[in-house]
Design a protein around this ligand. Sequence first.
Ligand SMILES: *[C@@H]1O[C@H](CO)[C@@H](O)[C@H](O)[C@H]1NC(C)=O
Ligand SMILES: *[C@@H]1O[C@H](CO)[C@@H](O)[C@H](O)[C@H]1NC(C)=O
Ligand SMILES: *[C@@H]1O[C@H](CO)[C@@H](O)[C@H](O)[C@H]1NC(C)=O
Ligand SMILES: *[C@@H]1O[C@H](CO)[C@@H](O)[C@H](O)[C@H]1NC(C)=O
Ligand SMILES: *[C@@H]1O[C@H](CO)[C@@H](O)[C@H](O)[C@H]1NC(C)=O
Ligand SMILES: *[C@@H]1O[C@H](CO)[C@@H](O)[C@H](O)[C@H]1NC(C)=O
Ligand SMILES: *[C@@H]1O[C@H](CO)[C@@H](O)[C@H](O)[C@H]1NC(C)=O
Ligand SMILES: *[C@@H]1O[C@H](CO)[C@@H](O)[C@H](O)[C@H]1NC(C)=O
Ligand SMILES: *[C@@H]1O[C@H](CO)[C@@H](O)[C@H](O)[C@H]1NC(C)=O
Length: 404
Amino acid sequence: MSSFVYFIAVILLAADSTLVDGLSCTFYPIPMEVPEDALALDIPGEITCTEYANVAIVSGDPKNVFNIQTNGVSSDIVLDGTLDYEKQQMYQLFIGATFIKAVWNGEVNITVLDVNDNPPVCEKQIYEINITSDFTPVPVGTSILNLTCSDKDLSNENSGLTYTIIGDPRGFNLDNDGKVINIKELKGTGDQYKLTVRVSDGTFETNVTVLINEGRSSGNSTDSSNGDSSGNSTDSSNECNGGIVVPWNDGVQCLCPPHKQGRNCTDDVPDVVSDCEWPSNDDACSTDPCYGKGSVCINTFGENYKCLCPPGMEGDQCDTGSHCFSCSSVRWRNVTCSVFDDAAFLREMNFSGPPIVTTQMSRTKCRNDKWGFDAGTGDIWVAKGCRAKFCIEFEKSAPTPTPP
Ligand SMILES: *[C@@H]1O[C@H](CO)[C@@H](O)[C@H](O)[C@H]1NC(C)=O
Ligand SMILES: *[C@@H]1O[C@H](CO)[C@@H](O)[C@H](O)[C@H]1NC(C)=O
Ligand SMILES: *[C@@H]1O[C@H](CO)[C@@H](O)[C@H](O)[C@H]1NC(C)=O
Ligand SMILES: *[C@@H]1O[C@H](CO)[C@@H](O)[C@H](O)[C@H]1NC(C)=O
Ligand SMILES: *[C@@H]1O[C@H](CO)[C@@H](O)[C@H](O)[C@H]1NC(C)=O
Ligand SMILES: *[C@@H]1O[C@H](CO)[C@@H](O)[C@H](O)[C@H]1NC(C)=O
Ligand SMILES: *[C@@H]1O[C@H](CO)[C@@H](O)[C@H](O)[C@H]1NC(C)=O
Ligand SMILES: *[C@@H]1O[C@H](CO)[C@@H](O)[C@H](O)[C@H]1NC(C)=O
Ligand SMILES: *[C@@H]1O[C@H](CO)[C@@H](O)[C@H](O)[C@H]1NC(C)=O
């Protein structure tokens, strides 16, 4: 996918035309702006003269990026070469028109608009951090590592990066500045974590690996941290009423003991005695009961499982929520995206309505004439430079009756 976020560097008005012997020409539109990835025919420039003049670029374009096509009194400024916002952001073209002995000279500035055409680049492919072994516990919410990534696209709108941990975040989170933050206390377990982080500029992405070695705390601090952690974990397990606390999406999710259920394990499960152990059951997740790419299935006990759902999704099987995706009209073309592209599981779902634009990414507003949705095929089209993030609400179709 490519995109169309652009940025106006300078808005310049054409003026400065001299009138000789009655021949005069005007430029349209003013200001004249061209996305850097425009095709020849996207060039909006037009020169209209009072007579059937010969119109030419006199100077200002040594590399012949632009050209003039004359049809009668009106001429088009067309693109013959390629534009690169990162190299040249404005062309000041001097235009001459002649009609018999009449001569007209004018000047127009063409502003090149930035289009997101560079991927983000990170200083390293692999970031590694060793958390010292003789430490005091690292509290939740500490910024333990900074990813240093940037994007060559000059405008801010195009280089705003987002950081996402792909797959299981394992107790860490990232903010929009690329800071890795722990969402569980690090107290010297000796664990190693390998995270894959997707750095995206909205169009292009780069993956980096983050290795975090928690290290093992030395003898005496183990004791003290055990003391601490038992105090804290009593707190935490109270949160789940004796269930297992799993840090998840900045909060926690509970794995309930067999006789309890509900979000915080506060409800009794009828007909289950409470003197139970935690027998694990390896089969419950084998049917892939949890929907969505970011969901995680955990076998609990009995024939049971627990789905940990990615942000925006909920339900026992992560079967309700909203799915978000982006779709971009590249070079003003009509582009079709399928809501199923990234989420085949949605084929089993029931949409509560058409997608809505949640993040407007292009400068051009994605109004109704610029996109549409076909509920029958799940296709969304975007055109005329509309680039946006869309979200669609879903829930699982009415459940098929289960045999008694
Ligand atoms: C074009 O830009 C140049 C440089 O910024 C400026 O001096 C000139 O007046 C502009 N011309 C027009 C017609 O706006
Ligand atoms: C972390 O520790 C390992 C093994 O002790 C070592 O190989 C690695 O270079 C260390 N990395 C950093 C970033 O200090
Ligand atoms: C990361 O950067 C922030 C400032 O943006 C700073 O406060 C923090 O200490 C840095 N963290 C590390 C591990 O360098
Ligand atoms: C990043 O990783 C994801 C998941 O493994 C993969 O789908 C994607 O293609 C990768 N992107 C790049 C640029 O390597
Ligand atoms: C624990 O370690 C600290 C420094 O690492 C030391 O000052 C302290 O005496 C040690 N305590 C015990 C009980 O060994
Ligand atoms: C839990 O840990 C935090 C920070 O590590 C500490 O401030 C708090 O007092 C602890 N709670 C208990 C009950 O030990
Ligand atoms: C579960 O516990 C969390 C955190 O203590 C609390 O915010 C939430 O309201 C509780 N939910 C229910 C259904 O009790
Ligand atoms: C874009 O294409 C779709 C189908 O491919 C069509 O329904 C829609 O009208 C087109 N939009 C524009 C603005 O041409
Ligand atoms: C969507 O779900 C509702 C209620 O569960 C049901 O009435 C409707 O028929 C479903 N639609 C489709 C297309 O499955």
